[in-house]
Design a protein around this ligand. Structure first.
Ligand code: CO8
Length: 267
């Protein structure tokens, strides 16, 4: 795997921990980091030995591991953008963001501090979000004279509803982890000490299930979300037909009927 300036990857037990490491800028996303993310996620997606990706933020320059997940897009890069450059930056980000949302592996954001602007947006591109109790979420863009441009106007409304999304985006008010949990922005809140162990325990549980079935379930949820319910359920039936012919289906159902523990292996 290539060397990256702003990322580290640790793989164990079919779980990848992908860490954004820009300590000088609280892990803010610049073009280089976005391109590295795109490159590494494409490489991860091809690997059969990775079933779940946990995305988190590295420590700040003082070594504080729970200061920041991602403090947004890099303001020092955006400040002099022309309109075409700003648009291109949004498109550049959408590639790794859609990869997190659509890759066959399950993606979990382990949010360890500030998740502001592009940081909140990259967490929302993941399938599942687990936050440490000191995490802070917000969309401060309109206070900077811009709008959320890494999918935030779309994914936030889909996750928490239009009213709460508009309130967060129009007021730029940050919310803490418990409020993020209350409104459905995060799945779970745990202490800082328990963040990675909780994310890894959830990942291990997911790894133990049929990974191909989870990949197909992920596609079914994503594809059907904006569809008319009749078409969506028909699409689900088509995918149900596809998972019917797998080793994991024979093994999973066979093990149940034979009253033994099954071993699911397919991707
Ligand atoms: N971009 C660049 N540098 C940053 C960013 C950022 N988003 N956030 C922090 N940094 C840098 C600071 O400039 C500082 O650098 P230095 O030490 O060289 O002065 C270093 O990180 C540490 O930050 P602070 O000293 O500010 O740390 P504090 O503990 O005092 O404050 C905060 C932490 C509250 C997180 C503060 O840093 C902050 O407010 N950061 C900016 C948060 C923000 O506004 N994020 C949203 C940015 S806009 C965005 O994400 C748009 C996404 C969509 C773009 C679409 C384009 C198409």
């Amino acid at each position: 795997m290539a060397d990256y300036n702003n990322l580290t990857l640790d793989v164990a037990d079919e779980i990848a921990v992908l860490t954004i490491t820009r300590p000088a800028a609280l892990n803010a996303l610049n073009s280089e980091t976005l391109d590295e993310l795109d490159d590494i996620l494409n490489a991860i997606e091809k690997r059969d030995d990775i079933k779940v990706v946990i995305l988190t933020g590295g420590p700040d320059k003082k070594g504080n591991a729970f200061k920041s997940f991602v403090a947004g897009a890099d303001i020092s890069e955006m400040v002099n953008f022309t309109a075409p450059e700003a648009r291109a930056f949004g498109i550049r980000a959408s590639k790794p963001f859609f990869k997190l949302m659509e890759m066959r592996q399950v993606t979990i954001a382990a949010v360890n501090g500030f998740a502001l602007g592009g940081g909140c947006e990259i967490a929302m591109a993941c399938d599942i979000r687990i936050a440490s109790d000191n995490a802070i979420f917000g969309q401060p863009e309109t206070g900077l004279g811009i709008i959320p441009g890494f999918g935030g106007t779309q994914r936030l409304a889909r996750l928490v509803g239009m009213g709460r999304a508009k309130e967060m985006i129009f007021t730029c008010d940050n919310i803490d982890a418990n409020e993020a949990y209350r409104i459905g922005l995060v799945n779970k809140v745990v202490s800082t000490d328990e963040l990675m162990s909780t994310a890894k325990a959830m990942a291990a549980k997911i790894v133990s299930k049929g990974s191909y079935a989870n990949a197909v379930a992920k596609a079914a949820i994503n594809n059907g979300y904006d569809m008319d319910i009749h078409n969506a359920v028909e699409m689900e039936a088509n995918l149900f037909g596809i998972v019917n012919d797998t080793h994991d289906k024979k093994e999973g159902m066979g093990a149940f009927l034979e009253k033994r523990k099954g071993t699911l292996t397919d991707f």
